[in-house]
Design a protein. Structure first.
Length: 395
């Protein structure tokens, strides 16, 4: 059964009564509800008092001209679409009105059939836009629900499990402790997925708060790596660090960059088999020694990036299952996972690497992966140096 669309209400604003009445009559015969305002002040009052889908708005009006009425509509946040009506020869001014928020314009005199077609097109486009805005609002509401209604209970679950694991409610044997560790790790994975989804949404909406400052890259890497030592040892994986001495700082958002490294290490642990190895390394390189050719084509390199003189190269390399060549350019997209994951893979939402890409790029850097199926992977981050007295030795 087809859903009947609500009747569109249209305001015709023109100080020429005979023309306005004719337009109103044509709109009513076409199935619209149409009313007339004879000047700009009356139009503003009517728009404030009632909701209109569309306004046919003449440029030259007494009391308040068409541009002032259009500005009022936009400043008050109304979703009324506007079609400007202008005398022949004022098309340039009408185009300026479109830049200010009008969706179309009609040059007088105009054919009524043409006017009706433009009105119908404008009302249809408005319905589509409103539907898209509703979907965006639903997405915002869903993301907010994830943040408040799912994350907080999970945090409480982790706390409760940890109390049991520590034996505060009674003795816990080794096997029980193992299961409790696994439960905590699984909860933390879900929280990480929620955090990635929230921040990807914030990046895309332009609402992600990034605070760039100079930090020791080695200190950040050691801090994050320390959290994964127990997990790696538990899974029989060697986790090593290889850092150069006397490195310059990097200019990053510390929390965002720490999460980037955490996401990459979590992936490395997930896909590296027992007896394997993960190496976190960092060194300073001369940009002249880092030609663009090794950087894959799917990476967007900022203008002048390689001419900055000094770059910090961060690498996380594993001996895991590797990534097929066809997937290398796709895995940084949302909800995309490599099809080559085998062995100890535990799934995921395909959000961690998408967050990594957005976060690294927000700090002025680039990220990519080098891998072969069955031969492990190396994720590489290049960031500009933030000099603090240390010289880039290119080592």
């Amino acid at each position: 059964m087809a859903v009947q669309q609500p009747v569109e209400k249209i305001l015709v604003v023109d100080d020429q009564a005979d023309i306005a009445r004719l337009i109103v009559l044509q709109l009513q015969e076409a199935g619209f509800v149409a009313v007339w305002a004879g000047d700009g002040e009356a139009a503003i009052n009517m728009l404030d008092a009632d909701g209109y889908s569309l306004a046919l708005l003449d440029l030259r009006l007494p009391k308040a001209n068409g541009i002032e009425v259009l500005s009022h509509i936009r400043e008050t946040g109304k979703d009324t679409a506007v079609i400007m009506m202008t005398a022949h020869g004022n098309e340039n001014l009408a185009v300026e009105c479109m830049k200010a928020g009008a969706v179309d314009y009609l040059s007088k005199p105009f054919a009524m059939d043409d006017m009706l077609q433009r009105v119908m097109r404008a009302t249809v486009n408005r319905r589509v836009l409103l539907a898209k805005q509703r979907l965006e609002q639903e997405k915002d509401d869903f993301v907010s629900m994830l943040s408040h209604d799912m994350k907080n209970p999970l945090t409480a679950v982790i706390g409760s499990i940890d109390i049991i694991r520590e034996g505060r409610l009674g003795a816990v044997n080794e096997e029980q402790a193992e299961y409790l560790h696994a439960a905590i790790d699984s909860c933390n994975e879900v929280i990480a997925m929620i955090d990635n989804l929230l921040d990807i949404h914030r990046f895309e909406a332009g609402r992600m708060q990034i605070k760039i400052a100079g930090y020791s890259v080695a200190d950040i890497l050691r801090g994050v790596t320390r959290r994964f030592i127990r997990i790696a040892e538990h899974d029989g994986i060697r986790l090593k660090e290889r850092f150069s001495h006397e490195m310059p700082q990097i200019a990053v958002d510390k929390n965002a960059f720490s999460r980037v490294i955490g996401n990459l290490l979590a992936n490395a642990v997930k896909f590296t088999p027992e007896g394997g190895e993960i190496v976190v390394s960092c060194r300073c390189v001369k940009s002249s020694e880092t030609p663009l050719s090794p950087v894959p084509g799917y990476v967007t390199v900022p203008d002048g990036f390689m001419e900055q003189g000094c770059l910090v190269r961060v690498s996380i390399r594993d001996t895991g299952s590797g990534i097929p060549a066809d997937d290398l350019g796709r895995i940084f997209e949302r909800y995309v996972q490599s099809r080559g994951g085998v062995g100890r893979e535990r799934g995921g939402a395909g959000l961690g690497l998408a967050f990594c890409k957005m976060a690294v790029e927000s700090c002025g850097g680039i990220i990519w992966v080098e891998s072969e199926a069955g031969a492990g992977s190396e994720f590489i981050i290049l960031l500009p140096c933030h000099f603090n007295g240390a010289e880039c030795d290119g080592q």
